[in-house]
Design a binder for this molecule. Structure first.
Ligand code: FDA
Length: 535
């Protein structure tokens, strides 16, 4: 349609809206200039609006998962890439003043894109430039800024010491900001728990743009941001973490078996054994299509010790797997982080951990999660095999719990999936072909698999892991803060801790400025005032 065909009233409306929009943009920019360091603001080095040449590239770099597009979202009015905390404080002040929501993006790996998509007018605060890491060897701690990736963290720790590590996720390009604030786990989970279990301090910018450390924010807010999702409470700018001891030599192995009758038997044994093994041994399962066109199960393992120590342990506790020394490789802990990402330790340089975008090509992706509390019977694995063979990339990853996870009470942090959990399940489907039919086929596939699994996994509620974000389990409409509505998905992620999260939210952000489809709502009283609790 050409402009001159538009009715005059509509033209007037468009012209007014355009002017309001430009005026808002100018207002926001000048607000930022008033509230942040003048040196940078001169040439807007860290603020990108849709007219900046840098904007389109930045914006498309956010969309690693093609399923997450901007059809249901507006585009951000600004992308703010701060270098200093003053600039983040300014974004909070000016976002509030000009009615712009804030989406905070650290590594950008959110499975539903909540760090860069929003249905209301918004800005993205992207912490890519906010990623310093400093390791204190004497204290065995580190300060890490939220925009750092796990790979950058592991790399910095390993450059300082070969006997220190950190228990967080497997994919090196995941951002510390989202990962720590949602829990975060990887191969050291059974020995040391979650990343969030090993956080000892943090700096957060709250809704009033104050910078608060642990002492200033208080123990309840500090509790909430270690597993309850940071985006509901403010912008977390840095974390102090307790590093953990790892031996100079660890052992890894990956045993491939077809998911035939013998494979299913091994899965059964694994279900009974994996969460009860010594804490130094982590064996996870991956079910997927093999290169040979069969569905296979991978026994993928990290042992915190040598092959010589591992062999008698496996012979005693899981002889059926038939592990031989030739299946195992010894290496340093940092090399094992490459191994689990399918790099070649010893051949690929450690610097591959510093790649912020490791994906070779963009694809469509959907994920969902479950927790198993009882072993699942054979007939289910037969059906799962059939389902996995129906798509090219349909994966189930099962991470064993037990060990340290059994020792931490459910209410210690917002992440409640502790004692009695045998393992976590991550379902993933991935595809590359464009088009609605392909999208529907793959989305149906994962949703049907999820429905099929319902009787065999945790129930009342059927639980889910916040970091494996899934809007299928429920979400808040923009602006809707009904507690009962949010409790549907909230109790799945947090069980009994959801109410405490809402209480903390009422106290620290009673007007619900930091809001998204799955943010914690404040609790309101009958008169629609936020309930303020004594804590
Ligand atoms: P992103 O920047 O997208 O943020 C995620 C959420 O946190 C958003 O709501 C965002 O607004 C909020 N947020 C981010 N930074 C914030 C800050 N500084 N302050 C306040 N809020 C902030 N998980 C796991 O436990 N173990 C694993 O091994 C893996 N592996 C893995 C691999 C791949 C390829 C993907 C895509 C995901 C995983 N995950 C995972 C899940 C991962 O932990 C989860 O997606 C994290 O939230 C990602 O954190 P990012 O900072 O990258 O995400």
């Amino acid at each position: 349609m050409h402009c001159h065909n538009l009715p005059p009233l509509l033209l007037l409306w468009i012209s007014i809206s355009f002017k309001v929009c430009i005026a808002n943009q100018q207002d926001f920019a000048s607000c930022m200039s008033t509230h942040s360091s003048p040196g940078y603001i001169q040439d807007f080095k860290y603020i990108h609006d849709p007219t900046s040449p840098s904007y389109p590239n930045l914006f498309s770099s956010f969309q690693q998962n093609l399923r997450l597009n901007f059809t249901s979202s507006s585009k951000p009015a600004f992308i703010v890439m701060p270098y200093t905390e003053t600039e983040i404080q300014a974004a909070v002040v000016c976002g509030k003043k000009h009615n712009l929501q804030i989406r905070v993006r650290s590594g950008g790996h959110d499975y539903e894109g909540l760090s860069f998509l929003c249905r209301l007018p918004y800005i993205v605060v992207d912490l890519t430039n906010f990623r310093a890491i400093s390791v204190d060897l004497e204290e065995e701690t580190a300060w890490v800024q939220s925009g750092a990736t796990l790979g950058e963290l592991y790399y910095s720790v390993a450059k300082s010491s070969n006997v220190l590590g950190f228990p967080a996720g497997i994919c090196p390009s995941v951002g510390v900001g989202g990962h720590f604030s949602g829990g975060g786990f990887g191969t050291l989970l059974r020995k040391y728990g979650l990343a969030a279990d090993n956080i000892i301090d943090a700096y957060l910018i709250d809704v009033n743009a104050r910078v608060l450390d642990r002492e200033a924010m208080g123990e309840d807010l500090f509790w909430a941001i270690r597993g309850g999702g940071g985006a509901s409470f403010g912008v977390i700018i840095a974390w102090k973490i307790k590093l953990v001891r790892v031996p100079p030599v660890v052992t890894v192995f990956t045993v491939h078996k077809n998911l035939d009758q013998q494979g299913v038997e091994l899965v059964n044994i694994w279900q009974n054994v994996a969460s009860k093994l010594p804490q130094d041994l982590f064996i996870r399962l991956i079910l997927q299509n093999s290169d040979r066109g069969e569905v296979e199960v991978l026994f993928d393992s990290l042992f915190l010790g040598s092959v010589e120590e591992l062999m008698p342990l496996m012979e005693k506790r899981f002889p059926e797997l038939g592990l031989a020394p030739i299946d195992c490789s010894e290496m340093s802990w940092i090399e094992s982080t490459l191994y689990f990402q399918r790099f070649k330790p010893g051949r690929d340089p450690l610097e591959v951990l510093l790649e912020r975008n490791v994906q070779a090509g963009k694809s469509y992706l959907k994920a969902k999660s479950d927790f198993a509390k009882e072993p699942i019977q054979d007939i289910v694995w037969d059906a799962v095999r059939k389902r996995i063979s129906e798509v090219e990339i349909g994966i189930m990853i099962m991470d064993p719990y037990g060990g340290k996870m059994d020792e931490i009470p459910e209410s210690e942090l917002p992440f409640p999936h502790r004692k009695g959990t045998l393992y976590n399940i991550l379902y993933i489907v991935q595809w590359t072909a464009d088009g609605e039919a392909e999208s529907k086929r793959h989305m149906n596939w994962i949703r049907e698999l999820y429905d099929y699994m319902e009787p065999y996994v945790s129930s009342s509620p059927r639980t889910a892991y916040l970091n494996y974000r899934d809007l299928d389990i429920g979400f808040n409409e923009p602006g809707n803060v009904a507690y009962s509505q949010a409790a549907i998905w909230g109790t799945k992620y947090f069980k009994g801790n959801f109410k405490k999260l809402a209480e903390v939210k009422s106290r620290v952000d009673p007007r619900n400025f930091f809001t998204s489809e799955q943010s914690i709502p404040p609790l309101y009283d009958q008169g629609k005032n936020p309930l303020l609790f004594k804590m």
